[in-house]
Design a protein around this ligand. Structure first.
Ligand code: PBG
Length: 323
């Protein structure tokens, strides 16, 4: 029996009714804040392209982590900017490297906050690629050795979850085996399973000082045109032992998120990346968008598409808005 018997506007007519029939909910525990840690003391180096975000020295990072904890965030994910870079990404798996020191400090001073580490090499290599360069190409299998060592060193420092973002083939299996043989059988792997080669990472590369010095990442990150391939990437990562998976970026890839949610019954994250953040901030600073409404709408849409949790530079603001 259609109109006038059925009127969908009835259930939209008051705030209590709208609240009752709301299908998707946001909570601070679903948000993970990416943080950039750098050497030094008392350092808060603002990132020009990402207003409100900064490279933080370990002491400042601990304060930021404490704020995240009191807002009830799901956690933080750490990206390290080392003192110096080299061909072998030595800083990535140095037991005393910047990320390892950061994890130890947070674990010591902020109890109960989930600490995830990004496991990658691009911030640590002199050329800015995510792996070992052999004859001008990224050498997959050699890179797996670095990633395994890095993941183990993060777990040793106390990381709750390790998150490989490099997109080498076989990295999840290699990392799982390395963690297990080092005794870290309970450290979960959050795989950046469907990570696209995206222009939206632009501001991050300024933040993490990880722009490739030659070429691009298209030989390892996925082609934005491909959806079926994402399903293969995810299936393989799960077979290799990934505990959680991620789709990245988020908003331009909601179809991939939805298909992932329907096809795989595992915890699923989405990364609202730097370019998504900076676009919204820029428009808001111009008075063209209402920042707070846009934040909540984009996060709701990402959740509606199937994400259980979201890595987002808006994590703190979103938690405040919900609080
Ligand atoms: C490292 C890495 C990148 C991001 C997360 N981990 C950059 C890249 O792949 O170039 C992007 C995050 C963002 O844009 O917010 N490989």
């Amino acid at each position: 029996m259609p109109f006038p018997t059925q009127r969908l506007r009835r259930l939209r007519s008051t705030e209590p009714l709208r609240r009752l029939v709301q299908e998707t909910h946001l909570a601070p525990s679903q948000f993970i804040l990416p943080l950039f840690v750098c050497p030094g003391k008392g350092v808060r180096k603002e990132i020009g392209s990402m207003p409100g975000n900064a490279q933080l020295s370990v002491d400042e990072l601990v304060r930021e982590a404490a704020a995240c904890k009191s807002l009830g965030l799901g956690g933080v994910i750490l990206f390290g900017i080392p003192e110096s870079k080299d061909e072998f990404a030595s800083g990535a798996y140095d037991p005393n490297g910047i990320t390892q020191r950061a994890v130890r400090a947070i674990k010591q001073e902020v109890s109960g906050l989930l600490v995830i580490t990004d496991v990658c090499n691009c911030e640590y290599t002199s050329h800015g690629h995510c792996g070992f360069i052999n004859n001008g190409e990224v050498d997959n299998d050699r890179t797996l050795e670095w990633l395994s060592k890095t993941a183990v060193s993060h777990a040793e420092a106390g990381a709750d979850v390790v998150a490989p973002s490099d997109m080498m083939d076989g990295r999840v299996g290699a990392i799982r085996r390395a963690l297990d043989s080092a005794g870290h059988i309970n450290t979960p792997v959050l795989s950046y399973a469907a990570k696209y080669s995206s222009a939206f990472y632009g501001p991050f590369r300024e933040a993490a000082e990880s722009t490739p010095q030659f070429g691009d990442r298209k030989t390892y990150q996925m082609d934005p045109a491909n959806r079926r391939e994402a399903m293969r990437e995810i299936a393989l990562d799960l077979e290799e032992g990934a505990d959680m998976i991620m789709v990245k970026p988020a908003l331009p890839y909601l179809d991939v998120l939805r298909e992932t949610r329907d096809a795989f019954d595992v915890p699923l994250g989405a990364y609202q990346v730097s370019g998504e953040f900076s676009m919204i901030m820029a428009a808001a600073q111009n008075g063209w968008l209402d920042l707070d409404r846009t934040i909540l709408e984009t996060l709701t849409c990402i959740r509606r598409s199937g994400a259980d949790f979201i890595l987002t530079y808006f994590a703190k603001r979103a938690a405040e808005l919900l609080g």
